[in-house]
Design a protein around this ligand. Structure first.
Ligand code: CA
Length: 363
């Protein structure tokens, strides 16, 4: 018995010694490289809602990598202006950026598809298309010539149609309307006789307050209440026809991403995926409470866009989507991919999500 025990002890000691020497050798042979990255955003530093996503991303990456990849977030204007984020990351001035792809339609028209297009995919469908329907591959192909690798970096769910200082009773009321509304939604408003402008988030409140614009769209109640738009606008319209499931983007300089070891690349991808879902969860949890507060405490007038206005905006949107598809080979392939995905998702959601919403309302 003693002999057996002594032998076992000896084996354990040898085992420990072996493990110790192996781990020592590993540490000496492969010192862990540290990375410090800059992340520039189109939002002011710590901007409520959307602007917190890049901070959330950076802290997740720091925790998962045990500090091997440290990302410092710069708000709009701190390192580069809001609408120079794309170029800054493309050129390597910063390794990463956070914003929305539809700000970059001047670089690549088809970028509009990867935020949201009018009457397009909702949040659940966008996530399905991007991650399992070929969307992300097309997005990466589109951005490749700019030396950028995009990731989905947040989704707000269906937005509101926006804040208006003018009632919308018919298409006549869109004529001459000066509205902050980016992306294809803005193009639709322009074709309907309005004047769409793109203004960075941090300048919206003042633009509305001073009458530079008559209307603006930002996000939805939880985000909008934090920015105080109810103090400068009278009517809050729904539904968000122009942004049914807008995806935000995290863009990474391709060379910077390739310079990371495989585990840190996996951490970037996983943290992006987590932040993308986290934003949707937070907005889902908080939107209605904020809406009740806007209406009951702040006296905001909640209005639904008239059906005839929505129908006409839809007609214009369909025409414009066809025109965008004709812009280039890649636009055509992206448009066809989205269209096919939307067709099958609509068919299935008719007997799942939609049927369930109806069932839940029945008494
Ligand atoms: Ca928006």
């Amino acid at each position: 018995m003693r002999i057996v025990l002594a032998t076992l002890m000896a084996m354990l000691l040898i085992g420990c010694a072996d493990n110790d020497s192996q781990s020592t050798v590993t540490q000496v042979a492969q010192p862990e490289e540290m990375f410090k990255w800059k992340l520039v955003t189109t939002w002011p530093k710590n901007y409520p809602g959307l602007g917190l996503a890049p901070e959330n991303f950076a802290s997740k990456v720091a925790a998962m990598s045990a500090g091997r990849l440290k990302i410092k977030v710069y708000g709009a204007g701190q390192l580069v202006p809001a609408f120079e984020v794309f170029d800054a990351v493309s050129q390597g001035t910063a390794e990463m950026g956070h914003g929305a792809s539809y700000y970059w339609t001047g670089k690549a028209k088809a970028a509009a598809f990867f935020t949201s297009v009018p009457f397009g995919l909702n949040a659940q469908e966008m996530n399905g298309w991007l991650h399992y329907g070929g969307g992300l591959e097309l997005w990466r192909e589109l951005y490749d010539e700019f030396n950028l690798v995009p990731f989905a970096g947040g989704n707000t769910g269906v937005q509101m149609a926006g804040w208006f200082n003018r009632e919308i009773n018919s298409m006549e009321d869109i004529k001459g309307l000066k509205m902050r509304i980016p992306g294809m939604g803005g193009d639709v408003i322009t074709r309907a006789g309005g004047i769409s402008v793109t203004i960075a988030g941090g300048e919206l409140y003042t633009a509305m307050q001073t009458g530079v614009i008559d209307a603006l769209e930002w996000v939805s109640p939880y985000n909008d209440i934090a920015l105080g738009f109810h103090q400068v606008a009278k009517y809050y319209y729904y539904p968000g026809w122009h942004e049914p499931g807008p995806t935000l983007e995290l863009i990474v300089n391709k060379d910077a991403l390739a310079s990371l070891p495989a585990d840190l690349q996996a951490i970037v991808e996983t943290a992006a995926r987590a932040v993308n879902q986290d934003m949707l969860d937070e907005y889902t949890a908080r939107n209605n409470e904020a809406l009740v507060s806007l209406v009951e405490t702040h006296g905001v007038q909640l209005r639904k866009l008239p059906d005839e206005v929505v129908a006409e905006l839809r007609n214009i949107s369909e025409d414009m989507l066809e025109e965008l598809a004709d812009d280039s080979d890649i636009s055509r392939r992206i448009a066809e991919s989205v269209k096919a995905f939307q067709k099958q998702a609509t068919a299935y959601h008719a007997i799942s999500e939609e049927a369930y919403y109806q069932a839940r309302k029945q008494k």
